[in-house]
Unconditional design. Structure first.
Length: 88
């Protein structure tokens, strides 16, 4: 008899989807970084200064709650995936 678990199929498909998404985001970030690090003209220099200024001007205290919520959700996900091996 074939032992088929629907959760294993779901977990595998989710792993594949997240892996493909991660690879695409990494490739996109690498392409954007390579464009940013290309030889500089006046427009790129201005854009680089603009982005750098706004990254330094972010008020991290406003973002703290969101970052804490993301951390808590990741911790819950990690706990659930760890606890899953103890459930038959």
């Amino acid at each position: 008899m074939i032992d088929f678990d629907l959760f294993d199929l779901f977990r595998t498909m989710l792993f594949v989807a997240v892996g493909v998404y991660t690879a695409l985001v990494a490739l996109s970030a690498f392409a954007a970084l390579s464009r940013v690090l290309a030889p500089v003209d006046a427009q790129r220099r201005l854009l680089r200064r603009y982005v750098t200024y706004h990254l330094l001007a972010i008020r991290w205290s406003r973002q703290r709650g969101e970052l804490l919520q993301i951390g808590a959700l990741l911790a819950a996900l990690g706990f659930l995936s760890w606890a899953h091996r103890w459930i038959p």
